[in-house]
Design a protein around this ligand. Structure first.
Ligand code: GLC
Ligand code: CA
Length: 549
């Protein structure tokens, strides 16, 4: 299939979690003017667009993912005028902006829900999913992704409503055409403003199985990629396809085998997806190291499913929901921290797809050493913690687990400088600052040619300058090697090979025949060894990329 070139295939994205990015009015919470004040920095990274997580009116039970008004900006973030100014200035700098689109649910404070719960006969009743209880209580045994029953009883009308996430996030009823009509109008309203696309949140949950369904394999089966979802997604696609925008769906429960259906080049619902396969590999309770073979397998399945122009991938190692990648996939240990952050960068940025860098990832930010549950903000983490305590888990062990898995690890303020509040604010921020701001911060890394930050810039630049690294065919080598991730990218005569050791031990391998090293030029490396041998040794977390002469 011929290559179809688009801006969103060539660009690198950068995800901003606004509450923790930059605070300009010193209330301890990041804001839109903060993002605007950092446009030069963002531009200097070489990225092409930013994705801003929700900034809409919200009671903030789930940090903005509980929207009470889709067309208003939350006061702590700023005003609609400030948003318009941000959009204008970003565009002037050549940066596009994509927004978060949260349409599986609203806040329980949204006027639709306030109306809906008011009476059985209300005009908005069917905007949400209501059902009668049974003898045992809730209508069925479905559980919420955030813990506990997925149903909440509402006294006023003596019925239960469904919430896949927190109880303050009631699920919208997509079977009601009026819901779709209102959501689609809202989408058009934002697109008319000139934004450049959407991250479509939790979209694989919009279709629910019949209420009689009981889950067998997966506790969330009844509302995860349920058959029939295609009708809704096709309708959504009809809205999107009228514009030259980027759409990326958050697609928990969608497998590589279904990738083509979801993001096929001409018929897919979205341009690309955030798949969960590779990332769920280290979300395991006790797992200390990454299974490199499984990791390669998960990513390769998506790379191959969408190869040869069939579709496009979204690439990520971090976001606001998961721990920091250096802490999980790499290593926080002093001797390995920098090399591992760079190895992960090289490995994921040069795969086929559009890479998304999460704020702070580019300087190698790490997890926060939480000392108490009181430092945790995320609603799901608190639920899980108290569930563990109630079931008799030792608080120390519960906290240990939370420390490794909490979403808040990624939500600590961006480390701009070594100052008391990391240059993020002049006041104590809403979330604790990582004590390692001393060593890990933007200012320091800008001045250090060997920093993680400068390495990110170099890899982004390399990708930009070489079409093969954007459109080239991916091929995996040594699939069974337990430490090395080796792949090539090829477009016509242009060939690159990326080799990284994703372990703390030295690794050796006989590189495959068709990677004839005498004919290769080193482009970038995270250590200083510039030679490669057919039978070669790789230092811990060593990573290199070569180009065929
Ligand atoms: C997505 C978001 C997450 C949020 C959830 C519910 O998974 O990334 O932060 O809590 O949707 O909206
Ligand atoms: Ca602020």
């Amino acid at each position: 299939m011929a290559i179809r070139r688009t801006w969103w295939k060539e660009a690198v994205g950068y995800q901003i979690y606004p509450a923790s990015f930059m605070d300009t009015n010193n209330d301890g919470i990041g804001d839109l003017n903060g993002i605007r004040s950092k446009l030069d920095y963002l531009k200097s990274l070489g990225i092409g667009f930013i994705w801003i997580t929700p900034i809409y009116e919200s009671p903030n039970v789930d940090n903005g993912y509980d929207i009470s008004d889709y067309q208003k900006i939350l006061g702590t973030f700023g005003t609609m005028e400030e948003f318009d100014l941000l959009l204008k200035e970003a565009h002037e700098q050549g940066l596009k902006i994509i927004m978060d689109l949260v349409i599986n649910h609203t806040s329980n404070q949204h006027s639709w829900f306030v109306e809906s719960r008011s009476s059985l006969k209300d005009d908005y009743r069917d905007y949400y999913i209501w059902a009668d209880g049974t003898m045992d209580g809730p209508p069925n045994d479905w559980v919420s992704i955030f813990g506990g029953s997925a149903w909440e009883y509402d006294e006023r009308t003596n019925q239960y409503y469904l919430h896949v996430f927190a109880k303050e996030q009631p699920d919208l009823n997509w079977e009601n055409p009026r819901v779709k009509r209102d959501l689609f109008q809202m989408i058009d309203w934002w697109l008319d403003k000139g934004i450049d696309g959407f991250q479509v949140d939790a979209i694989s949950h919009i279709k629910k199985a019949p209420l009689e369904t009981t889950s067998t394999k997966d506790p969330f089966e009844a509302f995860k990629n349920v058959p029939g979802i295609e009708t809704h997604l096709n309708d959504l696609r009809d809205i999107f396809k009228k514009r030259d925008i980027l759409t990326v769906g958050e697609a928990n429960g969608v497998s590589a085998a279904e990738a083509y259906q979801w993001v096929g080049e001409t018929t897919g619902y979205f341009n690309m997806l955030f798949e969960f396969d590779h990332i769920s590999l280290w979300n395991k309770d006790e797992q200390e190291t990454v299974d490199v073979i499984q990791f390669k397998k998960a990513l390769t399945a998506w790379q191959e499913a969408l190869a040869d122009g069939r579709g496009w991938n979204a690439l990520y190692m971090e976001n606001h929901d998961i721990p920091r990648s250096v802490s999980s996939f790499g290593s926080e240990e002093k001797v390995f921290w920098q090399a591992s952050a760079k190895a992960l960068a090289l490995t994921f940025l040069l795969l086929q797809g559009t890479p998304f860098i999460y704020q702070g990832q580019e300087i190698g930010m790490t997890n926060l050493p939480f000392t108490s549950i009181n430092e945790i903000d995320a609603v799901d983490t608190k639920n899980f913690y108290y569930e563990m305590i109630h079931s008799g888990v030792d608080p120390k062990n519960a906290l240990n687990l939370i420390r490794k898995t909490a979403r808040d690890n990624a939500r600590t303020p961006m480390q701009w400088t070594a100052e008391e509040y990391a240059g993020f604010s002049k006041r104590k921020p809403w979330m604790r600052i990582n004590p390692n701001k001393q060593e890990i911060n933007v200012l320091h890394e800008l001045n250090d040619p060997t920093s993680v930050l400068n390495f990110y810039k170099a890899v982004i630049q390399l990708r930009k300058e070489n079409e093969a690294l954007i459109y080239g065919r991916y091929q995996l080598y040594l699939p069974d090697h337990p430490q090395l991730f080796v792949y090539s990218r090829r477009l016509a005569d242009e060939r690159f090979v990326v080799i990284s050791n994703l372990s703390k031990e030295f690794a050796s391998a006989d590189l495959p025949e068709n990677v004839q090293i005498e004919e290769w030029d080193l482009q970038l490396s995270n250590l200083n060894d510039h030679t490669i041998h057919q039978h070669t040794i790789f230092a811990p977390y060593e990573a290199r990329v070569y180009k065929h002469k």
